[in-house]
Ligand binder design. Structure first.
Ligand code: ASP
Length: 328
């Protein structure tokens, strides 16, 4: 990817807050010196154009709330939006017609919680947080997760809407599992935030791949794959075909690359390239990564054009087109 193209698309530029040292590095191909950048705090970013979600997260951060509350409340907006058929209530079902939800959350101290393939509960991110805060475990799956949710006071909800049921019945006529690239221009919501104290948290929630096999779980609720936070370094989260993200433990990889000195943008690009390297003959699937570092710098990268990510800082609320590995 051309460095100039990245700079054009980076959220730092989009928000109009590029610093002189970064501009200077445009002309020489040297790695950016980022030590003199003032942290852009607070900040919330998320996969895709989920502007209502980042707006909610920003509201929490702006009121002095924690990054953990910001990502939790931010992604819940999409879980509750019945028009969104890729996250939470109203998500597309598996091939048997059951909506099974995945979510995880991670805080500044490395605490984390996740629910996998959970049915009948509208807000899996809230259950994931309860797993983190109320149990000695990190992950609860299937019936166990659902039972735990009821014990915590969550209500039983029918997650299949009239529309997603009709679509599923139509799909059954061919029953071909063919993930669509950039479905409806959104998929999983992964969100990362830094609060005024400089603490980082993240959340990721999804209904998974539409018409998946019963019991299938992707990357989204897997700490290290769909989401990873290290408060010393930064955070990363993913969207797209989860099996490929799991194979490279994508979000953990990106955070480790940032620890080694890569910018969030460079780390996301390397994350995608690792996946490409394992799929030399097959590139007909989408992956999108976003990342943030301790300074509030952000990056995003994907395989196919069409992926975007939202950033919300005091300088603006921007939907950033991501650069892609493939041109079209
Ligand atoms: N990553 C999600 C999964 O594999 C799906 C998506 O982002 O579209 O379940």
């Amino acid at each position: 990817m051309k460095r100039r193209k990245f700079l054009r698309n980076s959220s730092t530029v989009a928000a109009g807050i590029i610093s002189a040292p970064i501009l200077a590095s445009c002309n020489d191909q040297q790695p950016e010196k980022r030590t003199d950048i003032t942290p852009i705090l607070p900040i919330a970013i998320c996969t895709w154009d989920f502007g209502n979600a980042t707006a909610k997260a920003w509201e929490v951060l702006h009121d002095g709330g924690s990054s953990l509350d910001a990502v939790h409340q931010g992604v819940m907006i999409e879980e509750n939006d019945l028009r969104n058929t890729t996250v939470g209530n109203g998500g597309r079902p598996d091939r048997d017609g059951n909506v099974t939800l995945d979510a995880c959350i991670m805080d500044k101290d490395g605490n984390c919680g996740a629910v996998l393939a959970m049915q009948n509960i509208a807000n899996p991110i809230s259950v994931a947080r309860k797993v983190m805060e109320e149990t000695p475990h990190v992950m609860l799956a299937g019936k166990g997760a659902e039972q735990f949710a009821y014990e915590q006071g969550f209500e039983k909800v029918n997650l299949l809407t009239k529309k997603t049921k009709e679509d599923w019945l139509e799909w059954k006529k061919t029953s071909q599992y063919k993930p669509i690239i950039n479905i409806e221009n959104h998929d999983t919501i992964g969100m990362l935030a830094i609060d005024e104290k400089g603490d980082i948290a993240g959340a990721c929630t999804t209904s998974g791949m539409a018409y998946k096999m019963a019991g299938r779980v992707g990357d989204s609720p897997i700490i290290g794959a769909g989401l990873f936070i290290d408060n010393e370094v930064g955070g990363a989260t993913a969207t797209g075909v989860g099996e490929e993200v799991v194979r490279t433990v994508g979000s953990f990889l990106i955070v480790e690359l940032m620890r080694q000195g890569k910018s969030p943008q460079e780390a996301c690009e390397e994350g995608v390239k690792r996946i490409i390297a394992k799929n030399k003959d097959k590139q007909d699937f989408q992956i999108g990564f976003i990342a943030i570092n301790k300074k509030g710098e952000t990056g995003g990268y994907c395989i196919h054009p069409g992926f975007t990510y939202r950033t919300y800082t005091k300088d603006g609320h921007v939907n950033n087109p991501s650069n892609s590995y493939l041109e079209s």
